[in-house]
Design a protein around this ligand. Sequence first.
Ligand SMILES: NC(=O)C1=CN([C@@H]2O[C@H](COP(=O)(O)OP(=O)(O)OC[C@H]3O[C@@H](n4cnc5c(N)ncnc54)[C@H](OP(=O)(O)O)[C@@H]3O)[C@@H](O)[C@H]2O)C=CC1
Ligand SMILES: CC(=O)C(=O)O
Ligand SMILES: [Mg+2]
Length: 536
Amino acid sequence: MKSLYGKTLLNDPVQNKSTAFTREEREHYGLQGLLPYGVTDIKKQQQRVLANLRNKSSNIEKYIYLNDLLERNQQLFYRTLVDHIGEIMPLVYTPTVGEACVKLSHIFRKPQGFYITPEDRGEIISRLKNWPETDVQIIVVTDGERILGLGDLGANGMGIPIGKISLYVACAGIYPDRCMPVMLDVGTGNQALREDPLYLGYPYPRLVGQDYLSLVDEFVEAVQHRYPDALIQFEDFSSRNAFTLLDRYAASVRCFNDDIQGTAAVTLAGIYASCRITHKSFADLKIMLLGTGSAATGVAELLLPAFKAAGLGEAEAHSRISFVDRRGLVTAAHELIKPRICPFVSEREAMSFVDAITAIQPDVLIGATGTAGAFNEAVIREMARCQERPVIIALSNPTSHTECTAEQAYRWSEGRVIFASGSPFAPVTFNKRTHYPAQGNNVYIYPGIGLGVMASRARLVVERMFLVAAEELANRVLSGEIERGSIYPDIARVRDISQGIAIKVCQVAWQDSLAGGNLPEDLEANVQALIYEPGY
Ligand SMILES: NC(=O)C1=CN([C@@H]2O[C@H](COP(=O)(O)OP(=O)(O)OC[C@H]3O[C@@H](n4cnc5c(N)ncnc54)[C@H](OP(=O)(O)O)[C@@H]3O)[C@@H](O)[C@H]2O)C=CC1
Ligand SMILES: CC(=O)C(=O)O
Ligand SMILES: [Mg+2]
């Protein structure tokens, strides 16, 4: 690391320790006079951060404060995030990051991440050289078209890769300088944004078709040239582009789509864990999905190999999965069924969502719609009539777009539901009993996948990595958590869990001949050696 002195050192977020510089360091680095007398350690600095944070009157103020801290003192930011992940994750990630994205051009302070626009066409390789880091291993890229359940937020969607990267660091221990958030700012279909005088993105309609694909191709090629070890994580693309890009690159480029594959794995893990509460066999389950977009389709496509591994044949596995869209149960009577949904079309007659629950009696109901209220009282009551312990996973983010609230799910099921949601809900007391909703979010999966790919230098990211990640996550739910009805582990243990997932990913990479060389026998030590522990 470059030796910095005086004000330059204090202004460098990576090396700055602020009041934690010792007397000797203050003398050595020319800091005397530039800091108050008191020398405090990182624990005391954290106390100050937490007190200031808790004093802020709104979540968006807290987001801005934390972002400023990241830009001022990276070690302190990450130490505080790691030590208080349960409290701080909702402020740097869903739900607050949703509000931050909506307002990003208005609350903009300091540029973060890397922006590419159509004006960079033909020059992306040379533009990437402007990024100061030479050993980037993880790239999270979005084009801002489907930001959580909030729709097209254009370049304001940069908040998502930034949030995802901070959780790569906190939840898997990847070194911050190895991570890069990227915005492919190809315009926006959001006219209100384009007309907002403070909007900072490329203020034109979105690139589409070949113009769009060729720009993404150029980006992917440029990454492989400049950062040959990097894993590309596609995030919050519209469903159409998400699948097109995954189909285009997955067989030849080290990449995955978090909304399709990461979400599928976290959902499968929750379903596995729910069997420990209901005492049902996974192979016997019937699963219903509301929504036919990236997340729901990804879940169905990962359930298939999971069912097959549990002993079901192809046709039987398909028959356990049903889709519901705005028109009701997806049957052959529907017009314009998306190609990936076709294999799951029900042979039953057309019927409404609630009637489909009555007819099929699903054990598990999953929502991936981005639509608040999609699980209404009739839906939840019917699930609770059909099942003693219905499992309901309302994946949609942020909280304002979740299919139902935790309180609604417990109330309408008379406290019998096993509930998880994409954004966190506080415990709910109903009929004098406290229920503990879990958070079903791909944050339990993608950091471990990225760490495992890094540790194994896997050439490709394959389906089996998500299957083993789901199994590992499900196995990490403690019996005490199962007893209180939680299907995901306490987020405080996510760092350890990500390392467990990474080891399993290394094993798959090795078994499938994808590893970039020989892997040491001690995979745990191999993964451990990569871990960043924030501090001075
Ligand atoms: N918890 C987690 O880890 C994750 C959560 N998510 C969340 O899941 C949600 C969906 O994401 P994604 O699949 O990528 O988005 P998509 O836009 O790809 O899909 C949304 C789907 O929901 C359908 N839909 C919307 N409203 C309704 C409704 N009232 N009834 C039936 N179907 C409806 C849409 O149908 P139509 O085409 O007709 O509009 C579309 O098929 C988002 O809110 C996102 O934040 C996503 C990834 C991870
Ligand atoms: C969590 C996530 O990736 C999403 O809501 O899109
Ligand atoms: Mg996402």
